[in-house]
Design a protein around this ligand. Sequence first.
Ligand code: DX5
Ligand code: ZN
Length: 214
Amino acid sequence: MPPLKIAPSILASDFSRLGEEVRAVIDAGADWIHIDVMDGHFTPNITIGPAVVASLRTHSTVPLDVHLMISDPDRYIRDFADAGADIITFHVEAAKHPHRTLTMIKELGCQAGIVLNPGTSHDEIEFLADYVDLVLLMTVNPGFGGQKFIPEMLRKIQYVRAMLGERDLEVDGGIDAETAAQVIQAGANVLVAGSYIYRSRSYLAAIESLRANE
Ligand code: DX5
Ligand code: ZN
């Protein structure tokens, strides 16, 4: 399995101090910064656009992992790449031609990944797996932080790990020290965590507890 990485989701941070919040988790050992982009259409919530990504770029010494939860991702990929995204993932449920979207992301110099909602089968990516740098499996329904981990996703993680070999398999939603142990055991190696890290008293202790099961 590739090395374990922790990707704090800034969705749960204090938005009035975003730059500071990003630097704080990097100082505490974050490997990537996970940025949740929602459009109020694909998801019931609205969050962050390219301008915010661009302003965070100078605050981050680690890769910016931009998770697009938006309809018609092709329309906005260039904007997020220009803003400084290092990794761009999009939902297979939102893309009309996911193979084309993957190609676009790579041509812009970013790593490209496909995201699957909890209800979407791993079969959806069977014929795309050779073209991805990573896969992100949602372990809650996209839209909000602080939701409960869906345990059936552990079986999907196992299937997707077998497809990906040594590439990154990211999980997102309801990750805490307990579920981290389960997803790592199943084959995930990139853990997104929002509330668990940003609602803790010590970002360092929270990140270390997620790594404890490595
Ligand atoms: C949910 C987002 C997640 C969210 C995770 O739609 O994609 O990245 O921030 O939050 P927690 O870790 O609180 O479940
Ligand atoms: Zn996310």
